[in-house]
Structure formats: C-alpha cells, structure tokens
Design a protein around this ligand. Sequence first.
Ligand code: CUA
Length: 184
Amino acid sequence: MTEQHAQPHERRILGTELLWAFGVGVLIAAILSMVVFTALTRDINPPSNVERIDPKTLHLSGEFAEQNLGTTARDGGVTVRIITTQFMFAPHCLVVPEGRRVTLRFASPDVIHGILITGTNVNTMVVPGFVAQVYSEFTHSGDLLMPCHEYCGLGHSEMWATVRVVPESEFKPDRDGRVACAQH
Ligand code: CUA
C-alpha cells in the first residue's frame, strides 16, 4: 500500500521543487540583467582598479602628499586626490567642473573607509594599501554631499566632505593647474 501512495506524493515534491528552482532562476536572471543594465547605461561598475600604495608613507611624498591633494587640471584631464582618514576627508571640500569626465583617486592611511557622492555613480570602498580610483561626470552644478559609508570607528558619522560642482566657465585652474573651494 505504501508503494502505491509514495509515487503521487513524490511527484508533488518534485513539482514544488521545480517551482522553487524556476522562481530562483527568474530572480537570478533579473538581478544579473539589472547589473548589466546599470553597467551599460548608468556607468555603475564594481571598482576594478588594482594599484598598491604604502599606507604608512603615502602622506609623506608622491601624489598623496599634502600639496598634491584636491583638484588638479592638467593636459585636458581633471584629477582629484583625496585622503580618507579617521575621521575626515582631506581636503574637506573639492571643486569639479560640470559636464567633464573627472578621475577621483582615494587612499587611506588607517582603516577601511567607504565613500559615495550623492546622486552620482561614485561609490567605492577605500582599503589601506590600495588606491581606489573611480570616474564620474557631474551633470548639475551645486554642492553634493560625500559621506563615509563604511563604519570606521566612533567618529564615523562625522566623516563627510563637500563636492562643489561648478559650471565650466567658473572652473579656473591657477598656474599649477590647481582649483580649491576657497576660490569659489
Ligand atoms: Cu570613515 Cu566611516
């Protein structure tokens, strides 16, 4: 008797399992297509720049020395260099031109921080020992908030900076190609 009842029962189990497998398959396909869609249309990608830097000495010389931090416009390109540290950004305010591709480079001397710029595709972790590099084009002028979004210690909630997007006509680098918030 048990033999006769077992078969329809097992078919029902198989049916339920296939239904769940189908549902999960649809979900995975939806998530993957969202990833591909945002990558192609909104320029949202996982940060893939692998570049090492010594966290103990990055502030002493080279591109992350104090005099090189902030915005530099040179040879038609705009690069912003920022140190993320407990519990501040250096510099605390940075200027970028509207409607131009900007390279943002971050480095951390202490712990892992995370940064995002509200309303843009900029969102990355900053891991000590590596330079985090992202690109963006800012479409509207105005001030944007750049908070730290990776818990980094007691002062985490105080860690934020301002990104000042200015129209191209107001973006005026000095002789060394430098642009700072104090000028704006
Ligand atoms: Cu830095 Cu949270």
